[in-house]
Design a protein around this ligand. Structure first.
Ligand SMILES: Cc1cc2nc3c(=O)[nH]c(=O)nc-3n(C[C@H](O)[C@H](O)[C@H](O)COP(=O)(O)O)c2cc1C
Length: 263
């Protein structure tokens, strides 16, 4: 059961990704960074005024954001453990880079993706400043995203910060595709499918394992009542929800008009 607690480091109760921010010839890791707008493409980084990076940001019009992998954890710890005021981090840690094209910052050769951002706005929030950048250039390593521009979980092991100097990464075999339109609002069109949504959410399953098979059977029964028996070896090998959604999309607009006999 959840209990109210005294909090200090409230930001350590959820995982965060880490990026290396480049300003002029210096880099620093941030765990506090986020997309802010898709159009225009705005990205925010939160920088304490204690950082040398903060001083540099006040002297230039942009910054870079470099996305690294789990294997780069040591580099992140190193660049976050020393200030650019005291040493040239790029030289000291032998960091390979190219200069950004449109802003004063570096693009790291080991990054799997990066942004160049022009300074768009700055706002203080308590003990940090939000620097908002307008993304003017995106870089991505070959083979890291699919045709839709979405990161491929098998090609990249992104670094995730777990708080207090702990780093962790993803387990690609745990990836779980759930079509939001299949399990979300469209299902509410038909009240009798709500049970299926609840059951799905309460029994997360990995595609291909034994749970998925049981889940498939449950969901199909619940959707289809007596009129369906579509379970074949092929249909069990990929995410069942996706398959239902794909077939439904082809044959009808909502659950009330599903012709289950077509499946
Ligand atoms: C994993 C990690 C995440 C960090 N996140 C932030 C952050 O979001 N904002 C910030 O101001 N400092 C953050 N820091 C601290 C700075 O990276 C660190 O103080 C760094 O040495 C500052 O470098 P600079 O003085 O050269 O700018 C983080 C450090 C680590 C190791």
């Amino acid at each position: 059961m959840l209990k109210p607690v005294e909090f200090k480091k409230f930001y350590y109760i959820f995982p965060q990704s880490v990026a290396l921010i480049g300003v002029k010839e210096n880099v620093m890791p941030v765990a506090w960074h986020t997309p802010l707008s898709a159009d225009p493409p705005l990205y925010g980084i939160l920088i304490s005024p204690k950082r040398f990076t903060y001083e540099l940001l006040n002297r230039t019009d942009g910054f870079t954001v470099n996305f690294l992998e789990y294997k780069d954890a040591r580099l992140i710890a190193r660049t976050g453990g020393v200030s650019g005021r005291d040493c040239d981090k790029l030289k000291k840690f032998e960091i390979e880079y190219i200069q950004a094209q449109q802003v004063e910052g570096v693009i790291l050769s080991r990054a799997y993706g990066a942004y160049e951002c022009e300074k768009y706005a700055v706002q203080r929030y308590g003990d940090h400043l939000l620097f908002v950048g307008n993304i003017v250039q995106v870089y991505i390593k070959d083979g890291v995203v699919n045709e839709q521009g979405v990161i491929d979980e098998k090609s990249v092991a992104p670094i995730i910060y777990f708080g207090q100097d702990r780093y962790i990464t993803i387990a690609p075999e745990k990836i779980h595709f759930i079509s939001r339109s299949a399990v979300g609002s469209r299902m509410l069109l038909n009240g009798q499918n709500r049970g299926a949504v609840r059951r799905f959410r309460s029994s997360p399953a990995t595609p291909g394992d034994g749970n998925t098979v049981r889940l498939t059977v449950k969901i199909l029964r619940s959707f289809a009542g007596n009129s369906i028996s579509p379970i074949s070896g092929r249909s069990l090998s990929i995410c069942p929800i996706f398959q239902i959604w794909q077939r439904r999309k082809r044959s009808c607009l909502n659950f009330r008009s599903v012709h289950w006999s077509r499946i």
